[in-house]
Structures are given as structure tokens and as C-alpha cells.
Design a protein around this ligand. Sequence first.
Ligand code: SF4
Ligand code: SF4
Length: 226
Amino acid sequence: MASARVLLPRTDNVGRSGDERDLYGVIELLAGGVKAAHPGSSCQAGCSACCSLHKALFRIFRSEWDAIFDHVLETWPGDRIASFARRFWTETGPYLPFLERIQRRMDAGERVRPPRADLPIDCGFLEADRCSVYPVRAAICRGFGYFGLRRSADDLDGDAPPNGDLPGLEIYSCNQQREALAHREIGPRVQLPVFNTVYSRLESLCDGQEKRLIPLWIARSFPNTR
Ligand code: SF4
Ligand code: SF4
């Protein structure tokens, strides 16, 4: 598997060059190594449970949002953008005040996990169980399902032990994928790359940028014109 330790320091952009200088390109390479080693992986097109908003409370950086926004403006026809905005404001608009409060709590360092009953909607970009901005989705959307995650801020470097065996390392995914990756019979044991290392690089490439929940970026960039 490609080594994050070698590839990450060479990255110099987020979602722009599409090669190994692009952090997204490196995430894809690392995730591809996990996929190849785990053919029984549960992540596949049409599986979108992790895009429900009560779970996908992802704050993304301005550079990540700009890549999505530019992609939408450049590739979606005007009527598609208009219907996307209408659907977003109908479905997600009523929850924006709640999402603003969640963002403030997350900004203050809280880990917020509202029950589905309080936030019974999906990410605005989910259409027919598929991500409508898949080629430009954010780093956290790319990494979920394929990486290990260290909860200790003291231990962000280095690759994960096989299948997350060591204390302090979680498999960064839903339970279904966690079981698939941890299941020893479906493929060789694989060293999961550690998402903390990727995220540290993202933070350094996006140093000083605003970070917002995806629906709050959508609300700002696609105002309600009804
Ligand atoms: S992380 Fe879980 S819910 Fe998300 S695509 Fe993978 S298997 Fe599906
Ligand atoms: S941007 Fe795409 S991958 Fe990310 S949460 Fe939304 S629908 Fe899911």
C-alpha cells in the first residue's frame, strides 16, 4: 500500500490537481489500498447510510467547499441547480437554526450526535442514495469507511496496527464496515492508514480557513429565492 508518510508531505492542494499533489488523490490511493486488500468491504455505490445528517455532521474547510461549489457551477445545468436549491430549502431549511446551534457546539469542541428523530434528513447532496458531488466530495467523506482513527491527540503519526487491534485506534466507519474490515477470513490483514495524519495535512493546507457544516455552506452559497 502507498505510504501516507511519503505521500502526504508532497501534497500542495485540496481537490484541484487530481494527482498525487492533491490531498484527495492521496486519500483515494490510500483508500484504494484498503479496498484491494478487503474485497468484502461493505462500502459501495448505493450504500449511503453514512450520509444521513444526524451522522454526517461534517464541518468542511473553505477550500473543500470551493471545490464542490465550482464543480456544481461548472457541471450542473441551471435548472438542476434551481431544483437542487428548492429541494434543499424545503427539506433542510427548517433545520438550519438547529444546525447553526450544532455548529457552535462543535466549534466549542463538543462531539455532537443528535438522534435521527431530531435531524431526520440527509446531506443535501444525496440524490437517490448516491452522492451528487462524488468527484469533489470532501476529505472526511472520502476517508470514512477506509481508515483508522486515533482518538488521542498525542498519537497522530504513523500507520495503524492491523485491523485496529491496538488500544486507542478505532476503525473509522459505520458498524457494518467496521465488522467487514475486522473480519479476518475475507482477506489478508491490512494496515489501515490513519485518518488523523491525513486530517492534519488537510488542516495545514487549509490553515486559517473557515470551517462549516456542509448544509450551512449550501445555505450560504445557494440562497433561498422563493
Ligand atoms: S461507511 Fe458504512 S454506510 Fe457508509 S458507505 Fe461504507 S458501509 Fe455504507
Ligand atoms: S457530500 Fe456526498 S459523500 Fe459527503 S455526506 Fe454529502 S452525500 Fe455523503
